[in-house]
Ligand binder design. Structure first.
Ligand code: B16
Ligand code: MG
Length: 221
């Protein structure tokens, strides 16, 4: 049995759902009377839905009642669900399926570690749900990234110590969470932004075929 396991973030690693989050948040910001740009959207990556709204309201320098907040959170998710209901396997990011195939061939188990409460639905839409050993999502945690809780639960699902887990993440908060959990962090995206990661790649197509060998060797010494 292999002594390492992998934890994948969802948005920005397996699929690009950030563009749909952006459209839904932008619509809400415009209705509240302010602009919300793609640069603003970067601040919401990997961040929980509730925290995303707080950041959005800060951007618009807007305060609203708790009741209105709840209404907005529901509306945002309804709008977002309309976009993701149209998703299919063609939206899986380049290199993701090949990487899962490689892990299957090596007998390395993998689970999902996402902040999204919609993660199981999205994985089913792109036909990848059945491939994961387990799913840890926004419904399973009490503390959002950069807290390591999501990945520590993932390690438990893999039946491994945190030190034996490798995390693929596209968000600063996610890399920080993986590092706090004492896992190996792999930053997917801009290297300067994800400079705290142990390894960096622009996307999953850049992961070398033999990337996992060194981890397997290290664990058997
Ligand atoms: P939901 P990840 C995160 O997914 C997104 O990056 C982030 O923008 C979003 O706010 C969060 O999920 C919550 O998503 O509204 O669907 O519960 O990157 O952790 O897979
Ligand atoms: Mg992400």
């Amino acid at each position: 049995m292999n002594t390492i396991g992998v934890i994948f973030d969802l948005d920005g690693v397996i699929v690009d759902t950030a563009k749909y989050h952006f459209l839904a948040w932008k619509n809400l910001a415009n209705n509240l009377g302010f602009e919300f740009t793609e640069a603003h959207n970067e601040l919401l990556k990997g961040v929980s839905r509730v925290r995303s709204l707080e950041i959005l309201l800060d951007i618009g320098k807007t305060t609203i009642s708790d009741t209105k907040r709840q209404e907005i959170l529901i509306k945002k998710n309804e709008d977002y669900l309309k976009f993701i209901s149209k998703m299919g396997p063609e939206e899986i990011l380049p290199g993701a399926e090949k990487l899962l195939d490689t892990l299957d061939q090596l007998g390395i188990k993998y689970v999902l570690g996402s902040a999204s409460k919609n993660a199981p639905y999205i994985l089913k839409k792109v036909n990848l749900f059945h491939r994961f050993q387990g799913i840890v999502d926004g419904n399973s945690v009490s503390k959002a990234k950069p807290d390591p809780e999501v990945f520590l639960i993932g390690a438990k699902k893999l039946n491994l110590k945190p030190e034996s887990c490798i995390v693929f993440e596209d968000a600063i908060a996610g890399v920080e969470a993986a590092n706090k959990a004492k896992m190996t962090s792999i930053g997917i995206g801009d290297k300067a932004t994800l400079s705290e990661a142990d390894y960096n790649f622009n996307d999953l197509t850049e992961i070398p075929e033999n990337f996992f060998e060194k981890f397997l060797l290290k664990k058997t010494i």
